[in-house]
Design a protein around this ligand. Sequence first.
Ligand code: BDR
Ligand code: CA
Length: 311
Amino acid sequence: AHKIILDTDPGIDDAMAIFAAIAHPEIELLGLTTTFGNVSVAQACMNALTLVEMSGATAPVCIGESWPMHSDPMPFPDFVHGMDGLGDQFLPPPHRRQHDQFAAPFIIEQVRQYPGEVTLVAIGPLGNLAHVLELDPGIAKLVKQVVIMGGTIEHTGNVSPVAEANIFADPHAADIVMAAEWPLVMVGLDVTYTVLFDRKLFSYIALHNRKVGPMLHRAADFYIDFYQHEHKVAGCYGHDICALTYVLKPELFQTIEGAICVVPEGIAAGQTIMKRIKGDAYFVRAWDERPLQKACMQVDAQGVIDFFRDT
Ligand code: BDR
Ligand code: CA
């Protein structure tokens, strides 16, 4: 089984990824770490606890970063995920409490306990992972893989013409994460904007999973309303589920390789820029000091939809 830690800001598509991670027999979910992003970190942590509890799982949930490292906080996108992050359902509070460790020390402890075995799946802003690297730089070479939903190489952004939300929310943190010597895969808008989940899919899930299906169906309705209105599409994009899918089914994705830098501020803040050509004598040398990472450029969208539905 794949040992994973899910770093998340639930979030409706986060909820899909959390449910799938819990349900999938080949995943051993070591824990969830939470961050601000779609909602405040307190709300994100509550939501994660609620989602874990609804599934009947026992994975620990840790609270993490509440604020970007250096940039101004972005307003929470309540028009996308609702004021509560789960489509304005205002579910009753969870019974369980958060784990007594903060997100970054929890991640460090788990990775040190299982060297070379842990995959970090980050589907929110990247403050927790940056914090891990600051506290324990040696950790990078002990992590099996880092899979992030975030960024975009060629597709336009979703919070500016060049920036994707998770990167834009904390560009300094994202840049630290891209620069680290761990094998990283960026699952960005280049692929997630091709994976559209329609309403029928959630009716099907509601019918087949009585525990979490009806709640997910209501959340997805809210999320789809947003996409239908804003993007004129008959469904919602399963951004975060794509990152989870990559862990189990990398063969569904086509990747390119290069060094990635994140624009920290200004008009292009949050842009992820990959340099693919090795050793080209550019005047700006920032990329040359960085490891080569992967970015997904194409995906078998139906493969992701099937994976999600069947899980
Ligand atoms: C990302 O931003 C959030 O709104 C989603 O949960 C996803 O992680 C997509 O840009
Ligand atoms: Ca997310």
